[in-house]
Design a protein around this ligand. Structure first.
Ligand code: GAL
Length: 687
């Protein structure tokens, strides 16, 4: 046994070094600083979840192994953006970054070596290396397991069940961080706050996004965006795909003079239509890129598609990238990036990235760089906007530990709808966001079902880069598609507040059911999730006329009708194409904004509908700030308390209070003006 004494590094978080851990880790690459103040507000935990002697580390067979016990039969959640299961117990997870996670091996776009024990604690293996986590899936000789005869015993299983986790790295040691609960949700909150708190996107980031086909010119992009306006669909962000570069795969990072001859003028026209522009890129630098020469000595030993792989751990390399991006994109008004292909695959035999044996001028090797490249890109590009005092929100295809505070949502080329919803659930365990984007569909029904989920995900996006689809591409279902996009627009005040909770108290805005108190049978659900604190989303999938929903304990209501349903049970819901089964906790207060062409700006007046569900008092903390700058970090923010009292006769009354230090009537403050506020009573007594 080597090492293992815990030292408390932040409230309720302990670190232990086993063997000789490497200094360069995913947390170091992500660069977040713990929000200690917010962590101090979490439930206090006096002791680490494991006594020093319970966890051991040792060198074995050229590797380093750390071993931790599991508690009883607790499920094990997390380990990144997993597409195939929610409970990882009993599985070996090979946590390598991979763009092609078609098999249940653990490899994925964001293989985060952080797990949450169902008993209420978290464990992070802080390394930049591939970690293999055997979650109760290997047994040692000293741990007797029942031996069964496969020929005659139907109870025989292929995976032996142990009571231990063994984590393995190809290094001389491993740093382990353990996070106290007492609940799984608190453990996740502690982890998120340890990473710096969840990201708070700009308000416009929560609107609708559309990505245009890759070869479009500026005029075509503009015409497509204005078609949204003409048809009365909300649209906030337009995404350009590879064709905006003068050359791509590898990239030049400069605008194509044929397709985008005058970027500032184009960006100006988009801005005056209330539209932001997001640019696709990957990091591989084309020989034709003006920054190629400067980056040549600062790049790795291997190229990708003939492009340089810059060593983004070097400040000099980042400076070259940053100066070019600032000049060509950020200053003229681009709002963010889609960071593609930072997640190479070796499974398919194709070379989407440099190999693990690549060498980099900083001394890091290809394995480390592959594991953290997505983190490095997110951090660098987010920094470009931070330097201008602006917020950004974008997409990334690879991520890792420490990513919670980076303003990006993951996406994938996989397109299985159920896997999308499962990934949305699982992302919440690891402080990740997953954009369940919609691209195309084989039928009008599938189109509706996919748009519905996309609209209830961290980025509501139609990615038409290759399909050319529009929301109205299936005229026979335009009604339900429009309704889903409009619902998204109406949810922005609720969602923005949920993201503020993510930022300030670590609670993920999109959450798996296991993080809900009283989840019961729902805890292992992989096809339903929580949106903010009070809305449960149970989407219908193509081919389904009905589905089962597991409701946590307590009373619930149907979102649209207010009809009351007792929780702690499993029910069957049915519905036509227009139906998205949404359930609201009793007592919940849900603010809904108007459907606007694009997100409102600071100072705008907004009509707010505030729904209260059921006959018990409740409140909602409505967050607001200017919606786009970083001034909120210095206190320029406001929480309104929308409270509902219920009198002895059952009559309900709504109140609006300003929380904290903000002064004056609720109409004042850094954000929007909510006027009028219309209270709507849902559920019993409302008739
Ligand atoms: C893929 C990416 C797609 C699209 C495409 C453009 O790697 O996942 O969303 O951007 O590249 O070439």
């Amino acid at each position: 046994m080597q090492g293992g004494a815990w030292s408390e590094v932040a409230p309720g978080v302990w670190s232990g070094s086993f063997g000789a851990p490497e200094e360069f880790t995913a947390l170091a690459a992500a660069g977040g600083a713990p929000d200690r103040e917010a962590m101090a507000r979490l439930p206090a935990v006096d002791a680490p979840p494991f006594a020093a002697g319970e966890v051991s580390g040792e060198r074995r067979a050229q590797r380093f192994v750390v071993r931790l016990p599991l508690r009883g039969t607790e499920p094990v959640f997390g380990l990144g953006l997993q597409f195939f299961r929610v409970n990882q117990r009993g599985r070996t997870r090979f946590l390598r970054v991979n763009s092609d996670p078609r098999q249940d091996t653990g490899e994925t776009h964001a293989p985060v070596p952080f797990y949450v024990g169902g008993a209420g604690y978290g464990v992070l293996f802080d390394t930049a290396r591939i970690v293999t986590v055997h979650v109760a899936s290997v047994t040692r000789r000293e741990e007797p397991v029942p031996v069964r005869d496969r020929t005659t015993d139907a109870g025989w299983t292929a995976t032996p069940r142990s009571a231990w986790v063994e984590a393995v790295v190809a290094a001389a040691g491993l740093r382990v961080l353990v996070f106290g609960g007492p609940t799984p949700r608190d453990a996740v909150r502690r982890y998120v706050l340890f990473c710096g708190g969840g990201c708070l996107p700009p308000r416009w980031g929560l609107g609708f996004w559309h990505r245009t086909p890759t070869r479009y010119t500026d005029a075509e992009v503009e015409a497509e965006a204005l078609e949204y306006r003409r048809r009365g669909y909300p649209l906030d962000v337009v995404g350009l795909e590879p064709g905006w570069h003068s050359t791509a795969y590898p990239c030049s990072f400069e605008w194509s003079p044929e397709r985008f001859p005058d970027p500032p003028a184009f960006l100006g026209r988009m801005a005056s239509a209330g539209l932001r522009l997001n640019l696709w890129e990957h990091a591989w630098v084309s020989p034709s890129a003006p920054i190629h020469g400067a980056l040549a000595p600062l790049s790795g030993s291997h190229t990708v598609w003939g492009g340089l792989a810059p060593d983004l751990t070097l400040p000099e390399a980042r400076a070259v990238f940053e100066a070019q991006h600032e000049r060509a994109h950020v200053r003229p008004g681009v709002s963010g990036y889609k960071l593609d292909e930072c997640d190479g695959s070796e499974l398919t035999g194709s070379s989407w990235m440099f190999p693990a044996h690549a060498e980099f001028p900083s001394g890091r090797d290809g394995e480390q760089m592959r594991q953290v490249y997505g983190l490095l890109l997110q951090r660098m590009t987010a920094g470009l906007f931070r330097a201008q005092g602006r917020r950004t929100y974008g997409l990334v295809r690879a991520s890792g530990a420490g990513a919670a505070s980076l303003p990006y949502a993951l996406y994938t080329d996989l397109y299985d709808h159920r896997e999308y919803v499962r990934a949305l659930c699982n992302a919440g365990f690891s402080g990740l966001l997953f954009a369940a984007e919609v691209r195309a569909a084989r039928s009008p029904e599938e189109w509706v079902r996919r748009v519905q989920v996309a609209c209830l995900s961290p980025i509501a996006m139609l990615d038409a880069w290759s399909s050319g689809t529009k929301p109205w591409s299936f005229p026979e279902v335009e009604g339900p598609v429009r309704a889903a996009i409009e619902l998204r627009a109406r949810l922005v005040p609720y969602l923005y507040s949920a993201f503020a909770r993510y930022r300030f108290d670590g609670t993920p805005p999109f959450r798996p059911m296991a993080l809900e108190p009283g989840a019961g049978e729902a805890a292992l659900a992989d096809d339903q999730y929580m949106l903010g604190d009070d809305i449960l989303v149970a989407p219908l999938f193509t081919g389904q006329a009905e589905r089962g929903v597991a409701l946590p304990e307590g009373d619930w209501h149907e979102f649209d009708t207010g009809a009351r349903i007792s929780g702690g049970t499993r029910l069957t819901v049915a519905g036509g194409l227009e139906r998205i089964p949404l359930f609201v906790r009793t007592g919940a207060v849900v603010p809904l904004g108007p459907v606007l062409p694009h997100a409102p700006r600071a100072g705008d007046r907004l009509e707010l509908e505030v729904r209260h569900y059921g006959g018990v008092p409740g409140a909602f903390r409505l967050y607001d700030d200017d919606g786009e700058t970083l001034a909120f970090e210095n206190g320029s923010r406001r929480w309104l308390r929308l409270a509902v009292d219920v009198g002895p006769d059952g009559a309900r009354r709504g109140r609006v209070e300003v929380e904290g230090t903000a002064e004056g009537p609720h109409a004042a403050g850094p954000g929007l003006r909510y006027d009028p506020i219309r209270w709507v009573w849902m559920g019993e007594g409302a008739e």
